[in-house]
Design a protein around this ligand. Structure first.
Ligand SMILES: Nc1ncnc2c1ncn2[C@@H]1O[C@H](COP(=O)(O)OP(=O)(O)O)[C@@H](O)[C@H]1O
Ligand SMILES: [Mg+2]
Length: 378
């Protein structure tokens, strides 16, 4: 095929890594389209989204679907970034043209709850027609689509209601049974995790959705996200600390990959909580961002110790068996190999506990500091 076609095919990577640019008649990597990270963002850590090849690619796909109001369903296990992709896409929308509403499904969600929320987000346009304010479109986002309880007939009532709306564009008035409304200009977007909730969902509903599977983000994507976040936070720190920050992220990602890919850490009936996902990395980075420049002046070792503490709290505390803990410590030691200037005896020396309540008890502002004496904790 390469020889027949005039357009040059890229050499490396997968077809998913490229898009076709009609202007230059060539394949370009998605990476080239990624917007720079907005370093001035003020707000909650949870809302901080770093643009990556994945978010850029998905936002293009969502745009294409939006233009014809066709549904999109993201499928992936916990922590694959499904919710983040959609929430991030919503921030790029022009609210004069497209508005959005979110509903989180749970096992108690029924068709009535869905209908109430949906109707709360649309206005009466004219006569029997309901829709977002004229000229606008609504993206109705349903998180955890497969959560509602499966009834005796093998159906999930909210999903059947969505199917009815997509198939016939109508919804019934529950008070006056024969009356019906026509719903216009609504696009449905949804996420589901096949490992929680019902594994089978109504095919008559899901056939209306483009189904996109998401996997655990690649190492490069994890590094792009969290190195940029941490480097931004460490701007006011000593040069030594600034140099350490990206290495801490790559060490975290290496430990994470070790845990997530090793069969020893796969969930079993006893170790059912051995689930390692991107949220663990997010938690560690979030806590590292509690560090204040004043506490780490000329003390990069303190920072590496704090990192070890965060990893211990997120991972080590979960492990049940000595051999798992030993294996985990192996990964940790490998993790700090890159940081040659720090000795592992020093980094992992006990007590390795950080809290903010001790400084509070002593009447200072709460600040996240190491505990020097175990007696202080008691
Ligand atoms: N592009 C991104 N930038 C920043 N954080 C991200 C990004 N993608 C995913 N995350 C983080 O990954 C974690 C899991 O994402 P989430 O959307 O909650 O996954 P899911 O909905 O698939 O369970 C969250 O902590 C989220 O903040
Ligand atoms: Mg989610």
């Amino acid at each position: 095929m390469r020889s027949m076609c005039k357009i040059k095919f890229p050499e490396g990577g997968l077809c998913f890594d490229y898009f076709f640019d009609p202007a230059t008649l060539s394949y370009e990597p998605w990476n080239s389209k990624v917007e720079p990270f907005n370093a001035d963002f003020e707000g909650l850590f949870q809302n901080l989204v770093v643009p990556t090849a994945e978010t850029t690619r998905q936002s293009y796909i969502l745009d294409v679907h939006r233009s014809i109001d066709k549904g999109v369903l993201y499928i992936g296990t916990a922590g694959t970034g499904k919710t983040t992709i959609l929430k991030d896409y919503f921030t790029t929308l022009d609210s004069e043209k497209v508005i959005n509403a979110t509903m989180n499904f749970n096992s108690y969600t029924d068709s009535k709850a869905l209908q109430t929320i949906l109707q709360g987000n649309v206005d009466k346009r004219s006569g029997k027609i309901l829709g977002p304010a004229a000229g606008r479109h609504l993206i109705f986002f349903m998180d955890d689509l497969n959560m509602p309880t499966v009834d005796d007939y093998g159906t999930q009532s909210p999903l059947c209601l969505i199917r009815q709306i997509i198939d016939y564009e109508i919804i019934f008035d529950r008070d006056h049974l024969e009356e019906q409304y026509i719903l216009k200009d609504i696009m449905f977007a949804a996420c589901m995790n096949p490992k929680s909730g019902s594994f089978f969902v109504d095919l008559r509903t899901t056939r209306h959705f483009t189904q996109i599977a998401l996997g655990v983000p690649e190492k490069e994507i994890l590094l792009t996200i969290y190195q940029q976040m941490l480097v931004r936070h460490f701007q006011g720190f000593d040069q030594q600390c600034i140099n350490v920050a990206p290495k801490l992220v790559s060490a975290t990602v290496n430990v994470f990959n070790g845990l997530a890919l090793s069969p020893q850490f796969a969930p079993t009936a006893i170790k059912f909580h051995y689930q390692f996902n991107m949220r663990d990395v997010a938690k560690i980075v979030q806590n590292l961002m509690l560090a204040q420049p004043s506490s780490y002046k000329g003390n990069a070792t303190g920072l590496v110790r704090m990192w070890a503490h965060e990893c211990h709290r997120v991972w080590l505390d979960r492990l049940l068996f000595d051999e798992d803990r030993a294996m985990y410590m192996n990964y940790m030691r490998n993790g700090i190999k890159e940081l040659v200037e720090f000795k592992e005896e020093v980094v992992f020396a006990e007590p390795l506990i950080y809290t903010s309540f001790i400084s509070m008890c002593k009447g200072h502002e709460p600040s996240y500091k190491p505990v020097e004496e175990m007696d202080e904790l008691k």
